[in-house]
Design a protein. Sequence first.
Length: 158
Amino acid sequence: MIDNGAMPNGLKLIAVFKTIRGIGALALAACLFWLSQQDLSLAGEGLLNKPYINRIIGMAGITPAWLSSFSEFNALGLSVLALLVSIVRFSEAVGIWFDQSWAEWLAVFTGLIAVTFFSWSLMSGFNWITFISLCVSILVIMYLLRILLIKRSHRSLR
């Protein structure tokens, strides 16, 4: 524990943030699994006819050509990947909430992966949502590294 045994409020906020992201990943996994059980040629045509869906698809950088080549197998595979991401996010959240160093290191590692993807995405075209996500990820990584360094210095003083 740090200082007087109380968990820093920043760690609580990060744990809540990781929980929210875990819920989002779990919802995405469920939607992709549902999509994998549908006839995607009919579903794709219906989605492309809705203007708000077209805007969301455009913001995500998905082209109609990519969407038309998307298969049920792709949706199932992505749903499994999203489920694994949700498990990692929930594990990070619980571990960070209970002030476990392994969870903080896991969050730093997954944060570095996210920073890589956000940076790559920004290189192909600027998007405010991606930029803000990149900045938040960098701040979280820096904060967690600071907490881990403080813990290490407290352990070495004992």
